[in-house]
Unconditional design. Structure first.
Length: 764
């Protein structure tokens, strides 16, 4: 791993009242003094939709993988768009004088290497990558399409959720017979196709079939539901151009000899599209950008990133100290991790699809492997319990625009979910399966290959998440929370309420009541951990939380019929399940009855997070503390949530220790400090970073209804500058210094009465 240092940009001056984000989020640049040996030396850039993993090798070549969040091929796999290599005519033979800087405030990578200066950025307002190069002596540069999809390739290694993975839960003879029928459905990745342009280099990938969509729909009984084919004729690719450049061949473009060079790359996806339609739109993107002065575009790009940084920040330091270049304190490491994880989310969070938990769009091939940067452990599908983690911290950060792809992706398949319930069960409402492709069908290996028509139980074959139905409740909770933060009544009326009501209707109609008139959820399971349950905690806590949110809405937000459904369902809910610890104390239980433990989650603590029915300031917090103390599985990496559980329960030391361990747990070989993993998922692990950022926020501020608690579980030996968002269009910023809050600013001012300073009231 290459050496890096962190350069302090802003000195804290005694007497300055407030720190703008220019101070907080531009606290440090990341600087390296050696080039990269391999792809683990890449660093991320992105504009929310288009991204790169960039590095400079020892010969002075600027290299980067190009990504888009919606570059999905005919097999349903999220691919890299491609790769570029920009090379000087005077290759560097004796490496010296290297300095590379990633400025996360400006969204730019800059490097000086011998005679060459590189500046790489992705326009925050246009899907165009810009590589600017300056040299002290004249020379030429070539930009080469360095992609690896040059021929039709059979994909022999299936990973979990890859479309043609055969369900291991089927009878072996059936599996073999069905395999023979599916010989023509093997995973074949078609080659990228060069674009024939006189003054540019380009390529595209055009999906000519959609067999995965067709086969999952037919097997699962969703083929008669009206929806757009998600794969057929999806077209993505890139076009590269430079001023007065010469086209050497279909892959290579050469700039004329000189001291200044600029290559610009338009990256575009259109679905559905013919190739001419895609080409026309991609050229329009490039032409539109190049009509404007590059200095103006970069200024607008910097303005976007500055505005993003000014939405919110958290900067933690040791008491009486400020960060220094050599600072390796826990507080500094935590602040840096929070800043960089939020940056990574911003680089990939404004596209057409939700952020992929297993690598986002920053996967790279392992060193020594040729090409394939498309591989990601756990494949192409979306696990809700993993996907949600990247979005935990976005409301308090004010990153509301970045939540839209998640909401849109899942809301668009709500009609599919309601129709699936009608077909499978014959009643109303909707549930979201835990494991689905972005178009809504269940993973083929989880559902199995036997047609739904011949099954008595039409649900998926796999028991790992067969009855795991908390996802819809969590999504409804997040959407209603989004409304509480933004006051967006259009979103509430058209998305949040309709979705929440369909989810509640499912539970209301799917399960019967017991002799006491209480809902009896069986068959059921508690996430992937307990497979045989009565009244599982995650679903039960979720129904409680969502109904309470709906009851807090303005009077006219729900119709009379909807209010009646909410009220009647809430009255039917049994009490939260409890059990006893070894020393006889009551504590939260995974379910009223729970058997067959298969995984290592802590479903009993879902009443603490995400649903916040049990927390430090509420009755019966001891139930949660006992459950936390006696939890069977624990850790501070990946999707584990011990950090957040501890903070919500008021356990300051535990929260701090878990978060510090998490912030230090980066991928050892990767150069970028916030490339986590692989942990349970892949590199960079977005579940790990998502839990990290939510946990850090909860040290500083926790909100419940209109109440805003500051520093409820914040360590006594740390100081903090912060700006965060709270519900009801509220912004809170201030400073904690030596145990006292100063410079507190609450907007709007009338919300000051709802703020409680919690220092000294923590439960240890």
């Amino acid at each position: 791993m290459k050496k890096f240092t962190y350069i302090l940009l802003i000195l804290f001056i005694t007497g300055i009242i407030s720190c703008s984000c220019r101070n907080e989020s531009s606290l440090y640049k990341l600087v390296w003094d050696t080039p990269s040996n391999d792809t683990y030396g890449t660093v991320p850039l992105g504009n929310g939709e288009v991204a790169v993993n960039a590095w400079i090798d020892e010969a002075g070549n600027l290299r980067f993988y190009i990504s888009r969040i919606d570059a999905v091929d005919e097999n349903g796999q999220l691919l890299k768009v491609g790769a570029m290599k920009i090379s000087p005519s005077n290759q560097i033979s004796t490496p010296s004088g290297f300095e590379q800087t990633l400025d996360v405030k400006r969204g730019v990578l800059e490097a000086v290497y011998g005679d060459i200066s590189y500046k790489l950025w992705i326009d925050a307002n246009r899907n165009v990558i810009v590589a600017e190069i300056a040299t002290k002596t004249p020379q030429t540069f070539t930009a080469c399409n360095d992609g690896w999809r040059n021929e039709r390739t059979r994909y022999d290694k299936y990973d979990c959720s890859d479309i043609y993975n055969v369900c291991s839960f089927e009878d072996a003879s059936f599996r073999e017979a069905y395999r023979e029928q599916l010989d023509n459905l093997e995973t074949v990745i078609e080659p990228d196709v060069p674009v024939n342009l006189p003054d540019a280099v380009g390529w595209y990938h055009h999906n000519v079939h959609s067999k995965p969509f067709q086969v999952t729909a037919e097997v699962q009984g969703t083929d008669d539901i009206h929806r757009q084919d998600p794969l057929l004729h999806r077209t993505f690719g890139a076009i590269v151009r430079a001023g007065n450049a010469k086209k050497i061949d279909e892959k290579t473009l050469q700039s004329p000899e000189g001291k200044a060079h600029r290559f610009e790359i338009a990256v575009h996806t259109k679905h559905p599209a013919t190739v001419p339609e895609w080409l026309d739109e991609t050229l329009q993107i490039l032409d539109g950008a190049q009509k404007l002065p590059v200095q103006k575009r970069f200024s607008e790009h910097e303005k976007w990133w500055d505005g993003f940084c000014n939405r919110s920040w958290i900067h933690i330091t040791q008491n009486g100290k400020s960060a220094t270049v050599a600072d390796s304190s826990d507080a500094f490491v935590l602040s840096r991790a929070y800043l960089l994880q939020r940056y990574v989310s911003a680089c990939a969070g404004r596209g057409q699809l939700a952020i992929k938990f297993n690598g986002s769009i920053f996967t790279v091939p392992e060193p020594g492997q040729q090409g394939n940067a498309d591989y990601r452990r756990w494949g192409s599908g979306y696990w809700w319990q993993n996907t949600r983690s990247a979005y935990f911290s976005m409301p308090a950060a004010g990153d509301f625009d970045m939540m839209q792809p998640l909401f849109n992706q899942y809301f668009e398949i709500l009609p599919l979910c309601t129709e699936r319930v009608r077909k499978y069960f014959g009643h109303g409402g909707a549930y979201y399966p835990e494991c689905i492709y972005f178009w809504g069908d269940v993973f083929s290996e989880a559902y199995g290959w036997e047609s739904w028509k011949t099954r008595d139980n039409k649900l998926q074959k796999s028991g790992w998440h067969k009855y795991e139905w908390v996802g819809g409740l969590e999504l409804a909770y997040m959407m209603l929370e989004y409304y509480e933060y933004t006051g967006d009544t259009g979103f509430l009326d058209t998305k949040a309420v309709p979705l929440a009501m369909e989810i509640l209707t499912f539970f209301n109609e799917h399960y019967a009541t017991d002799a006491n008139g209480k809902l009896f959820m069986n068959p059921s399971q508690a996430v992937e951990t307990w497979w045989d349950c009565d009244n599982p905690m995650p679903e039960l806590a979720g129904i409680y939380a969502v109904t309470e949110q709906l009851e807090r809405l303005p009077e006219n937000a729900l119709t009379a019929d909807r209010k009646k459904i909410v009220s009647s369902l809430k009255q039917k809910l049994p009490a939260l399940p409890l059990t006893q610890s070894k020393d006889g104390k009551p504590m939260l239980a995974p379910a009223q009855r729970f058997e067959q433990k298969r995984n290592s989650e802590n479903p009993e603590l879902y009443a603490v997070f995400p649903f916040r029915l049990i927390s430090y300031e509420k009755p019966n917090v001891e139930w949660g503390i006992e459950a936390f103390k006696h939890r069977l599985d624990r850790g501070a990496s990946g999707w584990r949530q011990d950090d957040i559980f501890a903070s919500y329960l008021g356990l300051t030391d535990e929260a701090r220790n878990h978060l510090v361990r998490r912030a230090k747990n980066k991928h050892k070989q990767s150069r970028f400090p916030a490339f986590w993993g692989p942990n349970y998922d892949w590199i960079p692990d977005q579940t790990h970073g998502g839990v990290l950022n939510k946990g850090i926020q909860s040290l500083v501020m926790q909100c419940d209804g209109k109440r805003i608690d500051l520093f409820p579980t914040f360590p006594a030996d740390w100081d903090c500058d912060f700006k965060l968002r709270a519900p009801y269009n509220t912004t809170v910023e201030g400073r904690l210094k030596d145990g006292k809050v100063t410079d507190l600013k609450v907007t709007p001012k009338e919300r000051e009465k709802d703020v409680r300073i919690m220092i000294g009231n923590n439960r240890e």
